[in-house]
Design a protein around this ligand. Structure first.
Ligand code: ADP
Ligand code: ZN
Ligand code: ZN
Length: 791
């Protein structure tokens, strides 16, 4: 018996399958999709079994050393998908397999087994568990075969060995004793104690951390404990981020006419078991999510599974809660905030069939479902569905492949579809479903555009226009809530010398350094270079060197100076980096602990609070100035999303957009909530510029420490491409990248534009292979981005 294996070696020239002999003692246990350890050159490596065979092509094969799983981690579908991605995405097979699996089943983590019910197994097997847990590598093939049924029945549990920090075992908590709450309340004098008791009556139990977060001091807690009303307990941290939340079940709503029509079409495709792609175009608040929920319910009723993708920043607890409320424990949640162990648990729930719905960000498109009945991509236009690091892929493309594999529909949903998707829907490649009315029947908020040039002319130099100032004061007075949005991109803080105009740049990259007030440092966001803020200008020694540009911190300060009665919650990368911080801040805002929510891109989505009646966009146009063919589209999408945050309940919403380009079409169409108008105009520019959706793009970036070297090689590559590709394709460049040097590497790019190019993959594969060897020898690097999100 022989096995064909993808070996975990990080080198291009070994990006192929290797054959190994399966030793006699492992024959009964090996399966396709398992991880194994094999000798590779002088070393041992991990690998994945892709195929099992009776005969081998090569002679004198080495043998598999041992197996790392009791059951396979990869299924047939993922193996086939990885092969497709390897060829169409110019990526190494091992790199593709790596992104499909949770980190827990890669490299250094060992599988371990724990005996949960000792009385259930024979004495012979019992002796294996003298230690608390055993590693798979210490088990013989014979042991594995005997233990397997017990693992399947839960007598023995399987886990990964993670270190202490990654696996919190127990949490200190308190719970309510068996008491009559009303009687107990009557005996309490302190209001805090009463509140605390009521909270526990609601939630059953709370961890000490949660108690602290609610401002219940240790004294309050121990007071209740002494009276015998509550007791201390230790709870096992189930690694389920939602384990201790009470989610109230939610019934499905009666669909409105347009929702019903969209639902019917998707339902038909589910029933027909036919792979179709739908573009669900519905304005914000039109009830797209309700349509998703009801189609998923049907899929589950047919004993199938459902994959729901949302952008990372939209994966708020609110969003997840809607799914948990409908489908309870059937839901697995996958996002970057989970620990390695948590992620592995969610992933296993899917693999075992315990969870039949997953809600997750980009990489959850690889969730190991069998029998998929639907794939939904919400906010399909979001750039975050594209992985920008190697191996580059777009979740949408993977979703199409899987939809076709499972014969199920793929639904792309958005209020502002990408031009690519809308163009395909117009052509009839996708089926267009439209919802034009808000589900809550309330009008779309009124949008007002304020020209900041006029403000300047009138002598107002602050970042709040007269109109916005008036509106903010009004809402503070009425006790209503305000969202203020600061476009982060293009708005970093940097230093500028008032006398000579000098801006400190990174010594390694062609980009200005960003000023961080908290540490008083200048940092490069590309290479990580750090230095202290100079006291005088390094160029002319002037003391008038000061920060320019506004960060969220600065705006927060300005708000307090400007508005009496303002209570601000700031949400940006700094305030939300801690796990759970995002959720805590939103809960605070929901509980009216602040009247202004100030934030960056991350607040543009998913907020659905009834008391928000004013949304202010402080700087609508910073993105318009970026040298990128999608900058208008992104601006339009963002403004439309942000505007959708206002007036979601019974109070009317008002949006104020501040901009220096009030007449720009992206701003105007967003103001009028006119997607069709924007689409039509933007398409004309794309046509003239030969950009998507009229042309496909490939972006090739080369870098090397020597400018001369990179220029020479990129010219050579340009020639090679011209020879390989058909005359109808354009090969532009080589030209310096927008940031022409990063980390002391000079960067040039070539852009390919084509409508149809049969020779493309072959040409790119050739370059990739060729330059891999060059890179090793000469430190030259080439990165290939097919369908880039940005240029
Ligand atoms: P979208 O996902 O398109 O932004 P949501 O699904 O969040 O819209 O719906 C907006 C609001 O309308 C939510 O509060 C939702 O509960 C409510 N809603 C959706 N569909 C219906 C319906 N058919 N009847 C009543 N309320 C609905
Ligand atoms: Zn100077
Ligand atoms: Zn740098």
């Amino acid at each position: 018996m022989y096995a064909r294996i993808v070996v975990d070696v990080n080198a291009k020239r070994v990006d192929r399958l290797f054959d190994y002999e399966v030793p006699e003692q492992l024959k009964s246990v090996v399966q396709i999709g398992m991880r194994v350890v094999v000798p590779f050159g002088p070393r041992k490596r991990q690998g994945y079994i892709i195929e099992l065979m009776d005969e081998a092509h090569e002679k004198e094969l080495k043998s598999i050393l041992h197996i790392q799983d009791m059951t396979p981690e990869l299924n047939k579908e993922l193996i086939a998908l990885s092969e497709w991605m390897q060829t169409t995405h110019i990526a190494k097979r091992i790199a593709v397999l790596d992104i499909m699996l949770p980190r827990a089943v890669k490299g250094k983590y060992h599988k371990v087994y724990r005996l949960e019910e000792p009385e259930e197994i024979s004495d012979e097997l019992y002796t294996l568990f003298r230690k608390q847990q055993v590693r798979i590598s210490s088990l013989s093939a014979d042991d594995i075969l005997k233990l397997k049924p017990y693992v399947e029945s839960g007598v023995i549990t399987e886990d990964i060995e993670v270190n202490q920090q990654q696996q919190v075992k127990t949490l200190k908590a308190v719970e309510l004793c068996d008491i009559n709450v009303e009687q107990a309340l009557a005996t309490l004098r302190s209001d805090k104690q009463k509140d605390c008791l009521l909270s526990l009556a609601d939630e059953g139990r709370l961890t000490l951390k949660e108690l602290k977060a609610r401002d219940f001091s240790a004294a309050v807690v121990s007071g209740l404990e002494k009276k015998g009303l509550i007791r201390k307990i230790e709870i096992e941290a189930a690694r389920d981020p939602f384990a201790h939340r009470t989610v109230h079940p939610d019934a499905k709503k009666v669909l409105l006419t347009e929702q019903q029509a969209a639902y019917n079409r998707i339902r038909q495709s589910i029933d027909d078991e036919e792979h179709r792609v739908f573009l669900l175009h519905g304005i914000t608040g039109s009830g797209k999510t309700e349509v998703y929920l009801q189609t998923i319910a049907d899929v589950l009723a047919q004993n199938k599974t459902a994959l729901m993708l949302v952008p990372e920043i939209a994966l708020t607890p609110q969003m997840v809660e809607r799914f948990k409320a409908r489908f309870g424990d059937e839901v697995a949640v996958m996002h970057s905030g989970l620990s390695i162990g948590e992620r592995y648990d969610e992933w296993r729930k899917i693999r075992s069939g315990q969870a039949r719905v997953s809600v997750g960000a980009r990489s959850s498109v690889f969730a190991p479902f069998e029998n998929l009945g639907i794939i939904i991509i919400d906010e399909e236009h979001e750039a975050s569905y594209k992985q920008e690091d190697y191996p580059r892929y777009h979740a949408r493309d993977v979703a199409f492949w899987r939809g076709s594999y499972h014969n199920c529909p793929v639904v792309l949903g958005s209020a502002t579809p990408s031009l690519e998707s809308y163009a395909r829907a117009e052509k009839g490649v996708y089926e267009l479903l439209t919802i034009q009315t808000r589900a809550n029947q309330f009008p779309v908020p009124t949008v007002q555009v304020v020209n900041m040039r006029d403000e300047l002319a009138a002598g107002n130099r602050s970042m709040f226009s007269a109109e916005l100032t008036r509106a903010i004061n009004d809402r503070i007075q009425k006790g209503e809530q305000i969202v203020l949005f600061l476009n982060r991109r293009g708005h970093a803080q940097f230093l500028l010398c008032r006398d000579c105009g000098h801006v400190p740049n990174c010594p390694n990259c062609d980009i200005s350094l960003t000023y961080h007030k908290v540490t008083d440092e200048l940092k490069c966001h590309y290479c990580g270079h750090k230095e202290y803020k100079p006291l005088t200008c390094p160029n002319c020694e002037s003391e008038h060197i000061r920060e320019m540009g506004v960060g969220t911190q600065k705006v927060e300060e300005l708000i307090y100076q400007h508005f009496e009665g303002a209570r601000v919650i700031r949400m940006d990368n700094d305030t939300t980096s801690r796990k759970g911080a995002h959720e805590q801040l939103l809960t605070k805002f929901k509980n009216q602990e602040a009247n202004i929510l100030l934030g960056t891109q991350m607040i543009a989505k998913g907020l659905d609070f009834p008391n928000i009646t004013l949304v202010g966009v402080l700087n609508a146009d910073t993105m318009l100035n970026l040298p990128d063919f999608r900058s208008s589209e992104r601006t339009f999408q963002l403004l439309t999303q942000v505007a959708g945050r206002a007036g979601r309940a019974d109070k009317e919403g008002h949006v104020i957009i501040q901009t220096y380009n009030p007449e720009h079409y992206a701003v105007q169409y967003a103001k009028n909530n006119d997607y069709a108008g924007f689409y039509k105009e933007e398409m004309t520019y794309r046509k003239i510029g030969k950009y998507p959706p009229y042309y496909y793009l490939v972006n090739l970036v080369f870098s090397h420490a020597e400018m001369k070297e990179v220029l020479l090689e990129s010219k050579h590559i340009h020639q090679t491409l011209l020879q390989h590709l058909s005359p109808s394709s354009y090969v532009l460049g080589p030209a310096p990248c927008t940031i022409a040097r990063i980390n002391n590497q000079y960067r040039f790019q070539i852009i390919i534009k084509f409508k149809s190019e049969p020779a493309l993959l072959e040409a790119l594969t050739y370059l990739d292979d060729h330059y891999y060897d060059k890179f090793v020898k000469n430190k030259f690097s080439l990165s290939i981005d097919i369908n880039p999100q940005m240029l």
